[in-house]
Design a binder for this molecule. Sequence first.
Ligand SMILES: O=C(O)c1cc(=O)[nH]c(=O)n1[C@@H]1O[C@H](COP(=O)(O)O)[C@@H](O)[C@H]1O
Length: 280
Amino acid sequence: MPSPVPFGTRLRAAMDSSGPLCVGIDPHPGLLEAWGLPNTAEGVRVFSLTVVEAMTGVAAILKPQVALYERFGSAGFAALEETLQAAKAANLLTLADAKRGDIGSTMAAYATAWLDDSSPLASDAVTLSPYLGYESLRPAIDLAAATGRGVFVLGLTSNPEGASVQHVGGDKSVAKSIIEQVSAENADAEDLGHVGLVVGATIGDAPAKLGIDLSASKAPLLTPGLGAQGATAQDIATAFASSYRQVLGTSSRDILKAGPDVNELRDKARSVRDELLAAK
Ligand SMILES: O=C(O)c1cc(=O)[nH]c(=O)n1[C@@H]1O[C@H](COP(=O)(O)O)[C@@H](O)[C@H]1O
């Protein structure tokens, strides 16, 4: 069997053709209500398929928030499976925002669920939490490499509480150690590696204060916090000055509130994408 095209190569191609935007699919109860949809698995299904239709050619990748499907049990997971298939058919990459992390033997099962060709939930990438130790993520990192998929490891998260764990250690911080391990993982990549990092758009000068060099990581950088959590494209361009080519700006509620009209959703996403492209 020929080796699959690496995730970093596929993501760069999608960013070059559609722009550096990841649209989060977060079907919160309030958004479903605003869209005139019921707060049910069927409402979540219709919501998600509308986002897929609107984002074709505008977003590089879609990020369904697994928690918002999981709350409806098996019917919610069926809606998620259909969303992932629809995105694939529309040539959109998918990043399952599941934030998995466990001891290695369990991690292998999570890796199979989200990253194996045989799984109905297989996505192009999945978010991972490294707080059981970076190496505990090994089964997912390796399966992603073998299948041409990717992982995004939480580095510096967008929420204010994140610093109480991630900044601990000063110039030898927890976040710095995670980010250095990601850098080692991507060392052989020509451009983007298959191990991405989640670094919030709201982090300001934290990387400089903690002595972290994001550009050396070759990691695709997912930057939640844009829009609803208060950060702007210009904040991202300032905080990520030397690594801006790696940035995948991501926004959920701020874009989704433009629905349910497909054209209005698309126009909103296009304007966020164009702000990201214009910010330097
Ligand atoms: O991994 C994530 O995507 C993530 C990490 C992080 O540090 N902060 C963060 O907000 N997220 C997710 O990104 C999305 C942000 O949604 P909005 O605030 O509506 O744009 C949610 O699905 C969060 O779970």
